[in-house]
Design a protein around this ligand. Structure first.
Ligand code: GLN
Length: 199
């Protein structure tokens, strides 16, 4: 059984916690550096990437009164570099991306992909699109896109898992996984299982 941390600064972290728990693993909310030590993998949920980057900065500045030694994103980066599996969904994929088209907003920035934010339009054109994702089996996967990014470029070590709309929406690099869509909002557990198998 694995213990999965879910970044809980903002966004739909509760839905991921539910899915991980449904699969018989332990899930804990992560808000500070000291909590990272106890996890086998980290999920960065959907939400708003600019808000999360700001919250991370503010909470990290408060850390002087705690035993947290590094700002949260720096500690996450270190853990990823040391092999901790991480999965970003939608906003989480933006936080993981090295390049965010036209933006200097805060990020973890370790995955060699370039993302275009809000590439599918505003909230009101959110949609579910069933896509064939070979890595998940023959049955199509219900991909929910909510102000989602499109991944528009990948470095040479990135495995593109699902292409869509002239770019791609699921990819992996070493122990990093990114989905532009929201598996935590479906009843289909296949992407959560896929991530757990990376651990
Ligand atoms: N558009 C959001 C952003 O740029 C991501 C939306 C989502 O996670 N559903 O951060």
């Amino acid at each position: 059984m694995s213990t999965i941390g879910v970044l809980a600064l903002q966004g739909d972290f509760r839905e991921h916690i539910q899915k991980i728990t449904d699969l018989g693993h332990t899930a804990i909310e992560i808000r500070r550096t000291s909590e990272i030590d106890s996890i086998d993998g980290l999920i960065i949920p959907g939400g708003e990437s600019t808000t999360v980057a700001r919250l991370e900065k503010v909470t990290s500045e408060l850390k002087t009164t705690t035993s947290d030694s590094l700002p949260l994103f720096d500690a996450v980066k270190l853990a990823i570099r040391n092999g901790m599996p991480v999965w970003g969904t939608c906003m989480g994929s933006i936080i993981l991306a090295k390049d965010i088209e036209g933006s200097t907003q805060g990020r973890i920035g370790l995955m060699d992909i370039s993302v275009r934010r809000n590439a599918f339009g505003p909230q009101r054109v959110s949609s579910q699109i069933d896509l064939n994702i070979e890595a998940l089996g023959i049955q199509s996967y219900p991909c929910i896109f909510i102000r989602a990014p499109l991944f528009i470029q990948a470095g040479k070590d990135v495995e593109v898992i699902c292409e869509y709309k002239g770019g791609f929406v699921m990819a992996a690099e070493k122990k990093m996984l990114a989905t532009a869509f929201h598996p935590e909002l479906t009843n289909d557990l296949r992407v959560h299982k896929y991530f757990l198998e990376m651990i």
